[in-house]
Design a protein around this ligand. Structure first.
Ligand SMILES: [Zn+2]
Length: 111
């Protein structure tokens, strides 16, 4: 990993993935040139922004991202096996029969 790609707050703390609020890419027509990262430092609570040269960017630039779901958020995925064609067809049928009212209801239930 390249040390230049690490993002450090002005207080000296190295920013981790979970402190990133927003991340994006500045593109030319062909490829990303800059990686934009907005973060809030968990030590000094300061908001910060950084532009990182895309050629310096690596996925481990944001340190200590724990593998798997974050602690405190246990995710139990049911082991239901592969999705059968019949299930896909049934799901497609349900999507086709959706009405706008259903979407409104769903939006309300998420609000
Ligand atoms: Zn800081």
């Amino acid at each position: 990993m390249s040390a230049q790609s690490r993002i450090t707050c002005s207080c000296g703390r190295q920013i981790e993935g979970r402190e990133v609020l927003q991340q994006g890419y500045f593109m030319t027509a062909w490829r990303p040139v800059w990686v934009y990262v907005k973060y809030r430092c968990s030590r000094c609570r300061m908001l910060g922004e950084r532009l990182v040269d895309y050629t310096q960017w690596t996925d481990d630039a944001l340190s200590s991202e724990p593998a798997g779901p974050p602690a405190g958020l246990p995710i139990d995925l049911p082991s239901t096996g592969e999705i059968a064609d019949a299930e896909i067809a049934a799901f497609a049928d349900r999507l086709r029969s959706l009405r706008f009212a259903d979407l409104d209801q769903l939006a309300d239930s998420l609000a």
